[in-house]
Design a protein around this ligand. Sequence first.
Ligand code: 13P
Ligand code: SF4
Length: 303
Amino acid sequence: MSDELIEKISKLKKEKKAVVLAHNYQRSEIQDVADAVGDSIELSRRAVEIDAKLVVFSAVDFMAQSAAILNPDKEVVIPRAGARCPMAQMLTPEVVEAYRRRYPSLPLVVYVNSLAETKALADICCTSANAVKVVESLNSDRVLFGPDRNLAEYVASRTGKEVIPVPEWGFCPVHVMYDSKCVEEARAAHPDAVFMAHPECPPEVLEKADYVGSTSQMVRYAKQSSALKFVVATEVGLLHRLRKENPSKRFFPAVEDALCVNMKANRLLDVVECLAGGGHRVVVEPKVAERARKALEKMFEVS
Ligand code: 13P
Ligand code: SF4
């Protein structure tokens, strides 16, 4: 990246009283100019703490929506309107209502990778970092959980509760690329490495992993671990941060082309355009935002 561009970005940030928040899967050049890099919910909380008028949220739609819901007084913009998480679209309010009719007494836990309208119907939200804790906190041995089926199964295995996936088939197209074979191949290629996996991976991968956690939990785990080599089963964008923060350690992707095209839709020049007054303002209808905020705040109380 040229010094000129770096200077332009910092000048625009000052002029607009703006910050750039980037998810761990963003392109490396965006992570490098961001004021904070983190997992889905860390960034929304960071947006609350940071003194700024404009928040450029470089991530996918649902994350920027959560930031807008939790920061009604700030202008939140997303660099590309097309950066939409396909898994979030899999749990529509209509699907939620159908399950509510079928299981009227069960609490509904909605993963933050979901639309604002869906969060608004939840009893409580969760992230990949706190899903186990959230489900444990509920006074029910049976819960509805969506939209990620793999995360639902992982939570069931850790809590012993019956976790009913809503819908039955929700998935992340990136994390379903991992399977037992890729774990075995990684073990053969790097026998002394720690295998870390995101809980959106299939159960056959999670059962064999040495560590399961959200993107930022993996960053923390790698930092404090005495191991020097790690195989990483999540979107490859995380490797940039892992390598940058741990220069003496080595990180290998479990699947080289595990790329979220939605996350990668945001380019550095789009971020610059946002700082210059462009981008796409994230607006959530006030009634929906109010109900979704309650479900997010309940999650914060638990975790
Ligand atoms: P994290 O909350 O772990 O950052 O995960 C977000 C995500 O989109 C995983 O695919
Ligand atoms: Fe959505 Fe999967 Fe991309 Fe995460 S990696 S934003 S869950 S499609």
